[in-house]
Design a protein around this ligand. Structure first.
Ligand SMILES: [Zn+2]
Length: 509
């Protein structure tokens, strides 16, 4: 069974923004890590394309909803290509097979007695596609736009019947991470789960509900099933059981904290009702601000992913976003800090380490030095590397990308400090110390190689370049590559080049 992990299916009301990039980079890192571990990963991303908001946006633009969806989802696919995202599936909820999957799923839920007709009255935010618990009908607190009054006959999902099962599920350790999010959901559930409407009437831009003329599915009911449809392979029939057998349950949904309820409560309850395992875990990350301010179109301070990428490149952005912000917490994007971290950590600490050590090894040993004893597991750098290696699986497993980054960076810093202490450029002038210099340079190069391996999930391009410069083959496995002593003594080293150009930004991003 594969390791299925997912980003949200991004809503196509607008082009990709930096928040979607952030989530997707994190999931990409985890997917790369799992693949290196030898697991068969199914990394799912895609677009959520139905609902009133899409219909209205298309109308305003004078195109059909399908044309609108085609255009925006192509932008998402293009964005992920430009950022080097390694997803295995890109699902669009307008995929004809998805319609069949949703309808089959609904039939299971209906057969279990969880669908009833009811009257939906309340204040609705079209941008959220959600009813709000707002008695007065003011503005949506997220969108700051007026709520709309709705009073219609809908089909309801009997969420209230699943109270006990959901309580048990969310109390399971690790089901909702981080802990603060779990407590949020626990509070919500403790307030009593209420049935929610899963259909709309007079909304043509949606999947028809079988057996209920005039009803289309509420966009969330349809969208969540995109995770299942995505598991179908190219030649598979549109069959729910086939899709499930391909890789369900998802091992992890990574989402922004604003949609936690849907993934950690509504969706698992829908799965239980349909006789399907709920997802195994949900991780709700925080929001990004910019220079201390909420980002928004009206504020004119959004970060366009294409522009950011063309000016910085993906490696600096991956490093900055995943190293500096603890994944799960809210984070603030600060341009000066971006420059400082990228230049200090990547260009100086890691880049210069590699560059000057390779140069010395070439000059004095014509390649990787051959130390007297190998592997020297008592070497101080070997011991430091062993600590980083021991911790790294836990960090990536826990999505603690900042800690994985910090350990690799500390190893590089230790290697730099070791060079300063032992001063091989002086020692090499004494012929009796040549062997000691060989051992030291070997250890520093080997520490550099391990920095490259440890960072492979996080910074795939930089890691690959680093390993090429050390004459290492491309990474295939993980644990073998993490053993001290992987560099082959006596192997040639080519002229080094800078791992990363220093990042200079004259203007705001
Ligand atoms: Zn809203």
């Amino acid at each position: 069974m594969g390791f299925t992990l997912t980003t949200p299916l991004y809503y196509v009301n607008d082009r990709p923004h930096i928040g979607s990039v952030y989530t997707t980079l994190a999931v990409d890192t985890l997917a790369r890590y799992r693949r290196l571990r030898g697991e068969s990963v199914i990394f799912v991303t895609g677009c959520d394309e139905h609902g009133q908001k899409i219909q209205r946006t298309a109308e305003q633009a004078g195109v059909t909803p399908q044309q609108h969806c085609d255009r925006i989802s192509a932008l998402f696919a293009d964005t992920w290509r430009q950022w080097g995202i390694s997803h295995d599936r890109f699902i669009r909820t307008t995929d004809p097979r998805h319609r069949a999957i949703v309808q089959q799923f609904f039939e299971r839920v209906e057969a279990s007695g969880d669908i009833i007709e009811g009257q939906q009255r309340g204040w609705y935010c079209v941008a959220c596609e959600e009813y709000k618990d707002d008695p007065g009908g003011g503005d949506c607190p997220i969108h700051l736009r007026p709520l709309e009054w709705r009073d219609e006959t809908n089909l309801f999902f009997r969420l209230s019947r699943h109270q006990a099962a959901i309580e048990a599920l969310i109390s399971r350790p690790g089901f909702i991470r981080p802990d603060a999010r779990r407590r949020e959901v626990e509070n919500f559930v403790a307030g009593g789960l209420r049935d929610f409407s899963i259909s709309r009437v007079q909304l043509p831009w949606g999947i028809p509900v079988p057996g209920h003329d005039g009803h289309t599915f509420y966009v969330w009911f349809d969208a969540l099933l995109g995770y299942v449809t995505a598991l179908l392979e190219a030649d598979d029939p549109a069959d729910l059981s086939v899709a499930l057998a391909r890789g369900w349950p998802a091992r992890l949904h990574v989402i922004g904290k604003d949609i936690l309820r849907f993934h950690a409560v509504y969706w698992p309850a829908m799965c239980l009702s349909a006789g399907i395992d709920p997802p195994e875990a949900v991780f709700g990350h925080g929001f990004l601000t910019r220079e201390g301010q909420k980002m928004g179109k009206s504020l004119g301070n959004t970060l366009d992913p294409e522009r950011v990428l063309s000016r910085c490149g993906s490696t600096p952005l991956r490093w900055y976003l995943l190293r500096d912000i603890r994944f799960g917490d809210d984070g603030d994007i600060q341009q000066q800090r971006l420059l400082d971290l990228v230049n200090n950590d990547l260009a100086n600490t890691i880049g210069n380490l590699l560059n000057r050590t390779i140069a010395m090894a070439r000059r004095w040993f014509d390649g990787v030095p051959s130390p007297a004893a190998l592997p020297d597991l008592d070497h101080p750098l070997a011991r430091q590397a062993a600590r980083a290696v021991e911790a790294v699986d836990g960090h990536y497993d826990q999505l603690a990308f900042d800690r994985a980054a910090a350990d690799a960076l500390e190893l590089a810093a230790a290697a730099n400090a070791y060079l300063s202490e032992t001063a091989p450029w002086t020692a090499i002038k004494t012929p009796e110390r040549r062997d000691a210099v060989a051992g030291d340079l070997y250890a520093v190069l080997e520490a550099g190689r391990l920095v490259g391996v440890l960072l492979a999930p996080l910074l795939p391009d930089l890691s690959a370049d680093l390993l090429v410069q050390l004459g290492c083959p491309p990474l295939e496995g993980w644990s073998g590559a993490l053993a001290w002593g992987g560099l082959v003594p006596g192997s040639p080293l080519a002229e080094p080049h800078p791992l990363l150009q220093r990042l200079e930004l004259e203007e705001p991003l």
